[in-house]
Design a protein around this ligand. Structure first.
Ligand code: GDG
Length: 472
């Protein structure tokens, strides 16, 4: 029987140690939900890091056994590996480069060495599971070398790769001292997927410049192998957000927040702490809104959720300080006894509470400088049961390719962003409903299950084609 193996840096379950007790917490992330139907099937598994540094082999065995019962296989990483491979090469070299922040990128040979070694470690963990004809789906930028490593060991395997973040112009890729190796690593796959056509085009251009392989009709001829390259815009579990937003808990939370806000209208902003998300720029635009349109003072509040992330990386700590400072400045300049301009939360919320914020907000500000897709935009749309509400969306989020009924803005253009907030607040209801309904139709149809099926079907097709070519 042929099996499917999902591989990503993090497992969909996080193992945590609290006062010597280990807890296993399932992720509510979109990827975990979308792939749940696959990896939980008989014989299939998900391979990844469980988020824990194990203390000894007994603990390792215990964690392995617990995860095995839920179809997961852990790859244990050391603190040094997390430092060099994850915080280092993945998040201080690849992440800034791929999000057009090359000024933040570091180029440490030791980080690269750890990246190669950890990809090799993942390779061994997958090989321990995979038979010669199995299907392996590798996810994201932490594992760019894995497809080629797997290909060498399992020439017949069916290997898919999906990149969740943007793929930048060749001009950024060429700066990386290890650009060729990274491209060759990805080309071990039979199918390579991106969120948007633009990312795919940049990838093909980089492959052509660096390795000399050119593509025709989405097919890349690389030596004796034919590789399919295509776009698969990722969706969300639409019904889950519809249900969460309609739940009693979400309604109760919304009622409490409304009491606090009084008649004030809410603009919502939700992101992980990240310089790619444009959080500081968004705050400045909100400040300008209050300055330029004094009529919105005491009428509108910004609810801003920033989820702590990667605070071991220097730029993230600096960004946190900048946000704290901006929020403090704006609130102290404009607040009144009965009105707080910005309600700022530096923590994460349970899904029900998140859903209540989506319900509450009349406007969602999704204005990243660069973003692979941005699922928050789609979750906001799914949560609007009464079809009212306006999405302000950056043209540089993958989601903008699909959600053309949002107010699409350039996040660097502070004036445009400010005007978009004003336009959203005065948008007539019929227009809100028309735009929202169109987006809901799209997000509901191309949900995460459709995304998974499309990728898996295409992967099976790519292998079938390869076999046909081989036997011709
Ligand atoms: C990468 C790419 C691409 C946020 N705060 C809370 C919370 N969240 C959830 C959201 C959403 C997810 O986190 C964030 O997803 P994004 O898509 O916005 O961003 P990344 O984490 O950067 O993900 C991105 C994605 O991969 C998928 O391919 O779209 O471009 O960067 O689902 O709801 N969830 C809960 N509480 C919070 O406070 N429960």
């Amino acid at each position: 029987m042929s099996r499917t193996i999902i591989v990503s840096n993090r497992l969909p379950t996080k193992v945590q140690r609290t006062e010597d007790v280990l807890t296993f917490q399932s992720s509510e992330g979109g990827l975990a939900t979308g792939l749940g139907s696959i990896y939980r099937q008989e014989g299939n598994v998900w391979v990844g890091w469980p988020g824990l540094f194990v203390e000894d082999t007994a603990e390792e065995e215990y964690v392995r056994e617990q995860l095995r019962q839920d179809s997961m296989v852990p790859v244990f990483l050391t603190e040094a590996e997390i430092h060099d491979f994850y915080e280092g090469f993945s998040n201080s070299t690849l992440w800034p480069t791929f999000h057009y922040f090359p000024q933040y990128a570091t180029y440490e040979p030791a980080h690269w060495a750890a990246y190669v070694a950890v990809n090799e470690k993942f390779c061994q963990a997958v090989l321990a599971q995979a038979g010669p004809d199995d299907t392996i789906w590798v996810h994201d930028y932490q594992l760019l070398l894995l497809p080629e490593m797997l290909r060498k060991a399992r020439p017949e395997a069916t290997i898919g790769f999906f990149l969740h973040i943007p793929f930048p112009s060749y001009e950024l890729i060429r700066v990386l001292p290890w650009a060729k190796e990274l491209m060759a690593g990805v080309l071990g796959a039979d199918l390579i997927g991106f969120h948007t056509f633009g990312f795919m085009r940049h990838f093909l251009s980089a492959v052509s410049h660096l390795l000399g392989f050119t593509a025709q009709n989405g097919r890349l001829e690389a030596g004796d192998r034919s590789i399919l390259v295509d776009t698969f815009p990722m969706g969300i579990d639409y019904d889950r957000y519809v249900e969460a937003a309609a739940s009693d808990t979400a309604r109760e939370h919304e009622a409490t927040y409304r009491q606090v806000l009084g008649n004030t209208r809410a603009i919502l902003s939700i992101d992980r702490l990240d310089y790619s998300k444009g959080i500081a720029q968004r705050l400045r635009a909100f400040e300008l809104l209050l300055l330029r349109y004094p009529e919105w003072r005491e009428q509108v509040s910004l609810i801003m959720v920033v989820v702590p992330s990667r605070d071991q990386v220097a730029q993230y700590a600096a960004l946190k300080e900048e946000i704290d400072e901006l929020v403090g400045r704006i609130n102290s300049a404009y607040r009144t006894m009965r009105w707080t301009p910005i309600h700022y939360f530096y923590r994460s919320f349970p899904l029900d509470e998140l859903a209540s914020l989506y319900r509450l907000a009349e406007v969602a500000l999704v204005t990243p400088m660069r973003d692979g897709m941005n699922l928050v935009a789609k979750e906001f749309v799914a949560s609007k049961a009464d079809h009212r509400g306006v999405l302000i969306l950056s043209e540089r989020a993958g989601a903008a390719r699909e959600l053309s009924d949002a107010l699409i803005i350039n996040p660097t253009d502070m004036h445009q962003l400010t005007e978009a907030m004003h336009d959203a607040l005065v948008m007539p209801e019929p227009e809100q409903i028309r735009r929202m309904t169109a987006m809901q139709k799209l997000v509901g149809q191309y949900n995460v299950f459709a995304w998974t099926k499309l990728f898996m079907d295409r992967l099976a097709f790519s292998k079938h084609r390869q076999h046909t070519l081989d036997t011709e």
